[in-house]
Structure formats: structure tokens, C-alpha cells
Write a protein that binds this ligand. Structure first.
Ligand SMILES: N[C@@H](CCC(=O)N[C@@H](CS)C(=O)NCC(=O)O)C(=O)O
Length: 336
């Protein structure tokens, strides 16, 4: 028996009407230990038993079927490429079943680029270990204005998710965070009117304040033509003011809502990644508490998973004339 990847663990659910042997596993999940991974064949242990298998779903990689009840390590054939399979395993963490790898997974189609709003959604998807597939939308190439994309988000911006399980489409990053949190019951504060009031207030604070002011601050600081001093002053001031409010709040709490890590912190993290670009290289010095939380979240395995998303697609990076026309539509299109 090979042991090329000893100790690697991934989660699966064992559900379904396969045989009496599997019946006791219905509705429950077991961690499995990967013993080897060789040219499309995965061999693993379920718990401390070998030869116990079922139909399993491994996230976006597809479904695998193996025999039941044999008394040897079970082999599953992978119908997809070894590369994508290995990627999942090499995330180097245990993904807990019932969320990541379910019999009927909630497969999320995630339209994204690498900007702050999509990345906060990516953080949730990684944190909850939801099965998702990536659909890059290259906004510098104008892909957000294509009719098929406008059909799922008339606002022509990323992120968007399609929850295949529910047949639901959601656009706008903070709406998506709330949708996914409510769907999974995760990363929410306790369910009391007081806690929910705080959740909604801070979620809207990020959605209507931190995000738009940061976005405009970036636009005028880095991309707008002269003269722009007035606009720079206004948006730098407002962006800074919003981060100062967060910093003051985080001087008294571990996370924005208190002790629990929630979708608000993910929403903040998406933008906080950009603080030096928005406000300048030395800007972090002014927000030590926000930085503390930002660093803590960035160290989480889920944030490392988000970091790997950038290797999955090459987006256009040049802000040439074509990109400016696609991103700054007022240059070419009438709003009326
Ligand atoms: N309110 C939206 C804003 C989304 C947004 O501005 N997305 C940017 C990337 S962060 C985008 O798609 N820009 C392309 C464009 O404006 O054409 C949200 O929170 O999702």
C-alpha cells in the first residue's frame, strides 16, 4: 500500500441506500485518510477501517463510486484530471464533511475577479468549505458587460453566485455573505434581535461606506486624470474615517461583533487587504487594531485558500485604453 501522502485527510459523507453495512452511516460523515494518490486512483481509509466505501462527492471534482464491504483499501477512480484532484488534497487541511463533500452538495458557481468584493465571498466559501466552481470575469476586458453576465447581474459587477442546489442567483458581495451565512447557519452572531441588529448595521456600514469610499479613493488616487485634488481629499478622508471607526471598535473587541468571527469580519477583510493601496504604504500604522484582526484572519487556512485562487486564472493586469473604457464607462457611455 502506498503512502505518498500520509496523514492527508479529506472529508466525505457516507449517505445513501447501499447496503446494511453503510446504513449506520446515513446522515453522518467520516473523515478519511488518503493513503496514496497515483494516476487518478485514490486509496484511502475511512476512519480506521479499510474497504468501506460509498458513492462520494468531492466538491467540484465530481462524483466517485466504489464497491462496498471489501476488506481492503478502497479504490476510487477519478474521472477528472489528476491536477484538479491533487489541488483539493493539497490544500493541506481537513475539510469537514456535511459542508465540503456531501452526498448532494450545494454546488456554488462563483463569478469573480481578484478585487476586494469577490475575495470576501471567496473567504466565506473557503471558511465554510463549500463546494464551488470558479467562473472568472475579466472586468478589464469588459466581460462584465456581456449579455449573459448582465442576465445574472444587471449591475454588471462581480461577485455573483449561483446556488445550484436552490436555483438561486445572488449578486452584491454583502448580500452573498448574508445569503450563504443564512443558508449554512455559519459565521452569524447569536440569533437575538440585538445581535441581528448589530449584524445588519455593520454589514451595511461595510456595504455602503467602507466599500464605496475605498473604491472611489482608489479611483481618484490611482486612475483619474487631473485635476483631482479635491476628489482625492474627499475620498481619502472618508475612507480613512471609515477605517478609523472599525479600528476604534476593534480596540474593544476581538472581532467587529465581539468574540465571534462573523461575515462582517470577512467583509472587512476583503477591503483591508487593500489598505496600503487605498490610503498609502504607511497607512496601517494608523489602524493597529484593524491590522491585528486583519493579520489574524489572513493567517487562517481559509485565507490561504483564497490566496491560491489567483493562480487559477490569468486576469488582464494592464490598465490600457481598452481597460479604461471597460472599467470607467462614463468615458464612453451615456448613463441615460
Ligand atoms: N456593491 C457591489 C460592488 C461590486 C463591484 O464594484 N465589483 C467590482 C470589483 S470589486 C467590479 O466588478 N467592477 C467592474 C466594473 O465596475 O465594471 C458588491 O459589493 O458586490
Amino acid at each position: 500500500m502506498g503512502s505518498h501522502y500520509p496523514g492527508l485527510r479529506i472529508g466525505i459523507s457516507l449517505l445513501g441506500d447501499f447496503s446494511p453495512a453503510s446504513a449506520h452511516c446515513q446522515g453522518r460523515s467520516r473523515a478519511i485518510t488518503v493513503l496514496s494518490l497515483e494516476s487518478r486512483i485514490i486509496t484511502f481509509l475511512v476512519g480506521n477501517r479499510t474497504g468501506f466505501s460509498a458513492d462520494v462527492w468531492l466538491g467540484r471534482l465530481g462524483r466517485f463510486h466504489g464497491p462496498l464491504g471489501s476488506n481492503r483499501p478502497t479504490q476510487f477512480s477519478c474521472s477528472l484530471g489528476l491536477k484538479s484532484f491533487a489541488e483539493l488534497l493539497f490544500r493541506g487541511r481537513t475539510c469537514h464533511p456535511l459542508s465540503a463533500c456531501r452526498w448532494r452538495p450545494a454546488l456554488i458557481t462563483f463569478y469573480y475577479n481578484l478585487a476586494p468584493n469577490p475575495m470576501k465571498v471567496a473567504l466565506f466559501l473557503e471558511e465554510a468549505a463549500l463546494a464551488y466552481e470558479l467562473r472568472p470575469v475579466d472586468t478589464r476586458k469588459g466581460e462584465q458587460h456581456r449579455p449573459e453576465f448582465l442576465a445574472i447581474n444587471p449591475n454588471g459587477k462581480v461577485p455573483v453566485i449561483i446556488d445550484q442546489d436552490a436555483g438561486a442567483t445572488v449578486f452584491d458581495s454583502n448580500a452573498i455573505l448574508l445569503y450563504l451565512a443564512e443558508k449554512t447557519g455559519r459565521f452569524l452572531p447569536e440569533n437575538t434581535p440585538v445581535a441581528r441588529a448589530e449584524l445588519l448595521s455593520w454589514l451595511m456600514f461595510v456595504a455602503t461606506g467602507v466599500g464605496p469610499f475605498s473604491g472611489q479613493a482608489v479611483h481618484f488616487k490611482h486612475f483619474a486624470p487631473e485635476p483631482k485634488d479635491y476628489a482625492i481629499d474627499r475620498y481619502q478622508f472618508e475612507a480613512k474615517r471609515h477605517y478609523s471607526i472599525l479600528d476604534a471598535r476593534l480596540s474593544m473587541r476581538r472581532y467587529v461583533l465581539g468574540d465571534a468571527y462573523t461575515i462582517i469580519d470577512m467583509a472587512v477583510w476583503g477591503w483591508a487587504r487593500m489598505v496600503p493601496f487605498i490610503l498609502g504604504e504607511d497607512a496601517w500604522a494608523g489602524f493597529p487594531n484593524l491590522k491585528r484582526m486583519f493579520d489574524e484572519i489572513s493567517d487562517r487556512p481559509a485565507a490561504q485558500g483564497v490566496g491560491k485562487i489567483k493562480d487559477r486564472h490569468t486576469f488582464k493586469t494592464e490598465m490600457d485604453e481598452d481597460a479604461r473604457r471597460n472599467m470607467f464607462r462614463h468615458l464612453t457611455v451615456d448613463a441615460a
